[in-house]
Design a protein around this ligand. Structure first.
Ligand code: NDP
Ligand code: A1CAB
Length: 260
C-alpha cells in the first residue's frame, strides 16, 4: 500500500512522522510532494520519496492525501484530477472546513463518476501516534473505510463521523490541542511565579496533565469525580478552583470553542 501526501507542512510532516513511528507504511511506500524543496529537506533522513511534482506523486499511490492550506486546495485538486485512477485509488484530504460537496464539484468527472473520498481530520499529535482523528467517508465502501480507519488507529484514537460533526471535531481536537497547550503555558508561568525555574515548572505541569489524563482514561470517571477527591473541604484546591472560575475559566474555554 502506497500513500502520497501533497503538502509537506505542519500536518503533512506530522502524518509522515506518525506513519513511520506507527509502522503503518514503510518509508519507501510514502511519497511527499511540496511546491518548494525547502519543506522537503526535513524528510531527507527518513527515506521517504520526495518530489515537487504533485501529479507524479498522485499517480504513483493507492491513497492520495491533500494536505495544503484551504485556499490552495482547489488548485491542487484540479491539478491532480487528470492523473487519478478513480477505479483504483482513494482520495483523502485533511483540509479543515472544506466540504465534500465542494471537493465533489471539483473532482467529479463529466460522466458523474467520483473517486472514493475520505475527509480526515487529525491533530498535530499524530507525529507521536497520539492523535484524535476524525474520519468521514464519502462514497467509499465499508472495506475502504475499515482500511483507512485501521491506518489511523495506529496513530492514535479514531472516530468515524458524519460530515456534519467534522467542524466540532476539528475545534475540540485539532484546535483543542493548542488550547490544552495554552493551559500548560499558563500553569508553567504560574509555576515560575511560585518559585520554580521555567523548565522545571513546565516539566511539573506536563507530568501533572499527563497524570490527569492517565487517571481519567483508566477510571473512565468524569473529571468532577476525580476533582472531588482532591478538594479537601476548606482546603487550598477548592479556593484555587473558585478563583479560576471567578476569573472566567470555564466560560473562557467554552467561548473559545464556540467561536466561529
Ligand atoms: N496544522 C494543524 O494542526 C492541522 C491542519 N489541518 C489542515 O491541514 C492543511 C495543511 O495545514 P498545515 O500543514 O498546518 O499548513 P502548512 O502551511 O504548514 O503546510 C502546507 C504545505 O503545503 C505546501 N504547498 C503550498 N502550495 C502547494 C502546492 N501547490 N503543491 C504542493 N504543496 C504546496 C506548502 O509549501 P510552501 O511552504 O513551499 O508553500 C506547505 O509546506 C490545512 O488545510 C489545515 O486546515 C487539519 C488539522 C490540523
Ligand atoms: O487553525 C486551523 O485552521 C487549522 C485547522 C485545525 C488546526 N489548525
Amino acid at each position: 500500500m502506497k500513500i502520497s501526501i501533497i503538502g509537506a507542512g505542519a500536518m503533512g510532516g506530522a502524518m509522515v512522522q506518525g506513519f513511520l513511528k506507527g509502522n503503518v507504511f514503510s518509508s519507501s511506500d510514502i511519497t511527499v510532494s511540496n511546491r518548494t524543496h525547502k519543506a522537503l529537506d526535513k524528510f531527507s533522513q527518513t527515506g521517504v520519496n520526495i518530489t515537487t511534482d504533485n501529479r507524479e506523486a498522485a499517480a504513483n499511490a493507492d491513497i492520495v492525501c491533500v494536505a495544503v492550506k484551504p485556499w490552495i486546495a482547489e488548485t491542487v485538486f484540479k491539478e491532480i484530477k487528470p492523473v487519478l485512477d478513480y477505479n483504483r485509488q482513494i482520495l483523502m484530504t485533511v483540509v479543515a472546513g472544506l466540504p465534500s460537496e465542494q471537493i465533489t464539484e471539483w473532482m467529479k468527472k463529466d460522466d458523474g463518476t467520483m473517486i472514493p473520498l475520505f475527509i480526515v481530520i487529525p491533530n498535530i499529535a499524530i507525529a507521536e501516534c497520539s492523535s484524535m482523528t476524525f474520519i468521514t467517508p464519502i462514497g467509499a465502501d465499508g472495506r475502504q473505510t475499515d482500511m483507512i480507519k485501521s491506518i489511523f488507529d495506529t496513530t492514535g484514537s479514531t472516530l468515524v463521523v458524519e460530515e456534519k460533526l467534522l467542524p466540532a471535531g476539528t475545534i475540540l481536537a485539532s484546535c483543542g490541542i493548542a488550547y490544552a497547550m495554552r493551559y500548560i503555558r499558563a500553569a508553567s508561568e504560574g509555576g515560575v511565579e511560585l518559585g520554580f525555574k521555567a523548565d522545571d515548572a513546565k516539566n511539573i505541569v506536563l507530568q501533572t496533565v499527563k497524570g490527569a489524563v492517565d487517571l481519567l482514561m483508566s477510571t473512565g470517571n468524569h473529571p468532577e469525580a476525580e476533582i472531588d477527591k482532591v478538594t479537601t473541604p476548606g482546603g487550598i484546591t477548592i479556593r484555587g478552583l473558585n478563583a479560576m472560575e471567578q476569573a472566567g475559566f470555564t466560560n473562557a474555554v467554552i467561548r473559545g470553542l464556540k467561536l466561529k
